[in-house]
Design a protein around this ligand. Structure first.
Ligand SMILES: *Cc1c(COP(=O)(O)O)cnc(C)c1O
Length: 424
């Protein structure tokens, strides 16, 4: 079989940068990506046959570990009935009913094919519903790669949007206003500077795309109050937090009711799925019920819905999965905390439940500016050290560690031993 290096040589000739999503290229850690051949439980194997304990979990979906037998069996059975119909199915009704019954702040939901699409559509809906154009987002929060969301990494409060990517027209970005995470005054200033113009505030209720950054005391409550005061919608981007931090996501964990939520990752059980949902009066504005257009040839695909529903049912019916992840998170992140303080390492750990990040900076990380003080060269050393010892971490300082329910105490202790060795 070809090696990862050989595959990368072939890949770069036919796929830009050799990968279909940039972080997979391992650019920031200076390595050739490992090409993965298969995965099972908490492990992935590369094409060379090396086994890694996986702390990426396909960036979240593999909550129950890879290749969950119930999800796999449901998918195999569904495949017998055909892969796609492009027509309404009972399955779509079932999964929508299921989510609306089990998530209190979702009255109606629409399925799409990725988190990017979910956010893009939710923003259009917020604009259509309020008749306003501007969106507030936070520096360092990632909401997929639609034009108006590729703004903000780094732009300061009160500045008009400047795109982060070539190819985003200035006109698309100018209605995106950037606030500072954990800074309600920055949000208030944007509302006051743009009276009656802000359609929505979109936020990662726990930020996980600048490394893990927790919402400070009162931050999410404050956003809720500011949105109410100014007639804007509050959108929780739960693409990572949804069904992970609690079955009801960050909204349930922190007890805040958003107007709309976006989902991705976990909701598809490993298949490409996204969704957005929320209050009935807002969702009813979607076509064909209402005037806000949105569509998708493969949306609600029967195989994807089967995988998603099977995983959601498993999560909902077995709250012990969440208990296990909390315990595993305490063991791993509590252990890392002790190692960092024993080694007197100039690092900061942020974590909640099964999500966490070690930042190679001594400063508290509360927003994008503080996250960027991290020593990314030191992170790259850490990443390479761990990979060599069989631990597959996200290849960037600005990503989370994801634990699955199949990461045992013993595996976590092995991970801690390796981290301890790196720090000493
Ligand atoms: C991953 C992610 C997205 C984008 O989802 P894709 O399925 O990659 O398009 C959006 N928002 C958040 C918070 C994410 O983590």
């Amino acid at each position: 079989m070809a090696t990862s290096a050989e595959l990368m040589d072939r890949a770069v000739k036919v796929i830009p940068g050799g990968v279909n999503s940039p972080v997979r290229a391992f650019g920031s850690v200076g390595l050739t990506p490992r090409f993965i051949a298969r995965a099972d439980g908490p492990y992935v194997w590369d094409v060379e046959g090396t086994r890694y304990l996986d702390y990426v979990g396909s960036w979240g979906p593999m909550f129950l570990g890879h290749n969950n037998p119930a999800v796999r069996a449901a998918v195999q059975e569904a495949c017998e009935r055909g892969l796609s119909f492009g027509a309404a199915t009972e399955l779509e009704v079932q999964i929508a009913e299921y989510i609306c019954e089990t998530v209190p702040h979702v009255d109606m939901i629409r399925m799409v094919n990725s988190g990017t699409e979910a956010v893009m559509s939710a923003l259009r809906l917020a604009r259509g519903f309020t008749g306003r154009d501007k969106i507030v987002k936070f520096a360092g929060n990632y909401h997929g790669h639609s034009d108006c969301m590729l703004v903000a990494a780094g732009s300061g409060v009160m500045t008009a949007g400047v795109p982060d990517s070539a190819g985003v027209p200035a006109g698309c970005a100018q209605d995106t206003l950037t606030a500072t995470y954990n800074d309600l005054d920055s949000v208030r200033a944007l509302f006051e500077g743009n009276p009656g113009q802000v359609a929505a505030v979109i936020v990662e209720p726990v930020a996980a795309n600048m490394g893990v950054v927790l919402p400070g005391e009162g931050f999410l409550e404050g956003l809720r109050a500011l949105c109410d005061e100014h007639g804007a919608l509050l959108i929780f981007d739960e693409v990572i937090c949804g069904f992970r931090l609690a079955y009801g996501g960050a909204a349930a964990r922190f007890g805040i009711v958003p107007d709309l939520v976006t989902y991705g990752k976990i909701i598809g059980g490993g298949m490409p799925v996204g969704a957005f949902g929320g209050k009935r009066d807002i969702m009813q504005k979607m076509a064909p019920a209402g005037p806000v257009y949105q569509a998708g040839t493969l949306s609600g695909n029967p195989i994807a819905m089967t995988a998603g529903l099977a995983q959601l049912v498993e999560l909902h019916d077995h709250p012990e999965h969440y208990e296990r992840l909390e315990q595993a998170g305490e063991r791993l992140f509590g252990g890392i905390e002790s190692l960092l303080s024993e080694a007197n390492a100039p690092c900061t750990l942020n974590h909640v439940g099964s999500l966490g990040s070690v930042f190679f900076t001594p400063d508290a990380v509360i927003d994008y500016t503080s996250a960027k003080t991290s020593d990314t060269a030191r992170f790259a050393e850490y990443f390479r050290f761990m990979l060599e010892r069989g631990f597959y971490l996200a290849p960037s300082q600005f990503e989370a560690m994801f634990i699955s329910t199949l990461h045992t105490d013993e595996m976590i202790d092995e991970t801690l031993a390796a981290i301890g060795e790196f720090l000493s």
